[in-house]
Design a protein around this ligand. Sequence first.
Ligand code: CTP
Ligand code: CA
Length: 224
Amino acid sequence: MQHLGEGLPLQGKKILITAGPTYEAIDPVRFIGNHSTGLMGYELARKAANLGATVFLISGPSHLSIQHSSVSLIKVTTAEEMFNEAHALFPDMDIAVCAAAVADYRPKNMANQKIKKNTEELIIPLIKNKDILFSLGERKEKQFLVGFALETENEVENAIGKLKKKNLDAIVLNSLNDSGAGFGKITNKISFIDKKLEIKTFELKTKAEVALDILNEITSRIHA
Ligand code: CTP
Ligand code: CA
């Protein structure tokens, strides 16, 4: 199944997708990052374009590539760069899906030179990064705004907490407890929770199939 009903359901829609990790520099050669590959976000971008959307994919460091005439790829490194690119595009968007695994903290100061192993203990002060999704939620007007939640305990409760706090229209919950799902895997198992707290749980599938499920859930709600 490629799309709902007749024609291309996302024709004429502009969609912003964030993907991948962010890297936060410690010194010129080291960073804080995470294991996100970006695959979920890239699959969302590919499928959204196939469904007729004009896609803006803001990606943190990733080995993936995407070739589609309707996808603009904007590469960033840090959470701050992702924040700025997302905010520049957001006012003109119809849909935004934040699938990036944004680093929650960054080193307070980046060392200008490579840090030497002069001490037995090294403490690197970290400060919180701005929450891109929360901030988009504050500025939301017409946009259908979707977040992801990665939880290891009280999954549904925590995901609903994020949905409300960030003023989302829906949240995609994926649990690391499900074997076969998560970072570095080609499969994912999700629940889609909308703001009416309607929960739809899907089987373990490839991320390409999951992307289509997510876009179908979004499409049916924006056309409702
Ligand atoms: N997110 C974001 N900017 C951040 C942190 C998170 O846009 N600085 C987005 C992610 O892309 C995801 C959602 O917020 O769509 C939830 O991310 P998650 O890490 O699950 O939750 P946090 O709000 O960061 O809370 P915590 O890590 O403490 O559970
Ligand atoms: Ca986080």
